[in-house]
Design a protein around this ligand. Structure first.
Ligand code: FAD
Length: 467
């Protein structure tokens, strides 16, 4: 059997590319080495972490019901059941992908895919049997893996020294946890365990958490995490992570130089980022070029330097996000079907699913300054929003950045309850090149948290009403 497209890897990039290509009439095969489809995102990333974030938020919310006039007995945690909820959520999602493959008549091969040459992929099953499949186009969608700490040897056992994969499966609530890396994954998972009772300390190399986010957002967010009891040590360089008698110890020193300190905890989570995964793919033999950061090099149409071989998702440049991988999957499938797929990299939202959430799309204030763009800022706090007051969700704000000359919206940043949903109205507006005035003049239902988005837009182009 010869295919139009062979996709290696079934994460959000690979499985979406495969489905879209099949929908467009192409004959598609996928190759996956994991027992289930869905990649990092569905198996050990986005989906299980959100199941635990939601469950731990519900547990924590019961501590704060009195203000609403609800008296509940002290909640009791059943961690086993909470983890079972997470596992069931994963199963229903990965089963969903298997169903969609069948529905779209996609042939699935289980095993490790290796590119033999352009047009040929070998699949080595777990029992060692090898088969070869042929296809006009090969898509590399092999994703990413946990990055270590540069220059530090870390023995991740997924019990005491864990990556995100171990951190979503701890069998008991640790008393203490050190999170190495104050990025999205570390803060999300740190906040899960903090809400379940763990004393969490975050050690971050940079002088702010969520390095790439707007500085206003990261400052406010750090204050909120502090109030929730999470201790954050900034500008600190980790130089050692080792098992200790009870747990593990982390040695770190000020980035600017100075005395080293050592902290011990029951569990240490290493969340220093992720690196592209291309092991055993045969890229060298096939002549596929990598860039200086180990990512598969592609042109503006996802094409590698070898004819008929393409790559998408975490394994290529750009933000390591599931929806970025998905959109690349759709665009590439369209290109392979003779259409004109494209991804607008200027409008890729990014969300931190803590409570409250943080969400961002487009440029930060720092990026606009660095690029010398003249801009206006409109900011509106949730303390001035009626719905937020009714829900006791007044922490946070909306910030809209627009071009000083044209009023076109260039970026939106939200800290607050539901930020991850609200960000999309700014994203849609930006996709259509809308202005702050367009957003401020769009009728928003009352009372909603989204009115704060409208008010921030009003603040950017003239004045808000309720502030
Ligand atoms: P992956 O999802 O990594 O899938 C790659 C697949 O390829 C894997 O199944 C792997 O087994 C398979 N594979 C690799 N090599 C081979 C081979 N040689 N042969 C066969 N199969 C192979 N992103 C978000 O947007 N939102 C979130 O909330 C979010 N939360 C996250 C939480 C955690 C804890 C983690 C770790 C990540 C999170 N991410 C989130 C990131 C997101 O998971 C990734 O951006 C996304 O999964 C990338 O998709 P992908 O298709 O490129 O690769």
């Amino acid at each position: 059997m010869s295919y139009d497209v062979i996709v290696i890897g079934t994460g959000p990039g690979g499985y979406v590319a495969a489905i879209k290509a099949a929908q467009l009439g192409l004959k598609v095969a996928v190759v996956e080495k994991r027992a289930t489809y869905g990649g990092t995102c569905l198996n050990v990333g986005c989906i299980p972490s959100k199941a635990l974030l939601h469950a731990s938020e519900m547990f924590h919310a019961t501590h704060h019901m009195e203000e609403l006039g609800i008296e509940v007995a002290a909640p009791k945690l059943n961690l086993e059941k909470m983890l079972a909820h997470k596992d069931a959520t994963v199963k229903s999602n990965v089963d969903g992908v298997a169903f969609l493959f069948k529905k779209n008549k996609i042939d699935a091969f289980h095993g490790t895919g290796k590119i033999v040459s352009a047009g040929k992929v070998s699949v080595t099953a777990e029992d060692g049997t090898v088969q070869e499949i042929e296809g006009k186009n090969i898509v590399i969608a092999t994703g990413s893996d946990v990055a270590g700490i540069p220059g530090v040897k870390v023995d991740i056992d997924e019990k005491i020294i864990v990556s995100s994969t171990g951190a979503i499966a701890l069998e008991k609530v640790p008393e203490t946890m050190i999170v190495v890396g104050g990025g999205v994954i570390g803060l999300e998972l740190g906040s899960v365990w903090s809400r379940l009772g763990t004393k969490v300390t975050v050690i971050e190399f940079l002088d702010k958490i969520l390095g790439a986010m707007d500085a206003d957002v990261s400052k406010q967010f750090q204050r909120m995490l502090g109030k929730q009891g999470i201790d954050i040590k900034l500008s600190s360089k980790v130089t050692g992570v080792e098992k200790a008698e009870n747990g593990a110890k982390v040695t770190f020193e000020p980035v600017a130089g100075g005395a080293a300190q050592t902290l011990e905890a029951d569990v240490v989570l290493i969340s220093t980022g992720r690196i592209p995964y291309t092991a055993a793919l045969g890229l060298e033999e096939a002549g596929v070029k990598l860039d200086n950061r180990g990512r598969v090099e592609i042109d503006g149409h996802f094409k590698t330097n070898v004819e008929g071989i393409y790559a998408i998702g975490d394994v290529v440049k750009g933000p390591m996000l599931a929806h970025k991988a998905e959109d690349e999957g759709v665009a590439l499938a369209e290109i392979l079907a003779g259409q004109h797929g494209h991804v607008n990299y200027d409008v890729i939202p990014s969300v931190v699913y803590t409570q409250p959430e943080v969400a961002s799309v487009g440029k930060t204030e720092e990026e606009l300054k660095a690029a010398g763009v003249a801009y206006k800022v409109g900011k509106f706090p949730f303390t001035a929003n009626g719905r937020a007051r009714a829900m006791l969700a007044t922490e946070g704000f909306v910030k809209i950045l627009s071009d000083k000359e044209t009023d076109r919206v260039l970026g939106g940043h939200i800290v607050g309850f539901g930020a991850g949903e609200m960000i999309h109205e700014i994203a849609v507006l930006m996709e259509f090149g809308g202005s702050a005035e367009d957003l401020g003049r769009t009728c928003h239902a009352h009372p909603t948290m989204s009115e704060a988005v409208k008010e921030a837009a009003l603040a950017a182009f003239f004045k808000p009403i309720h502030l």
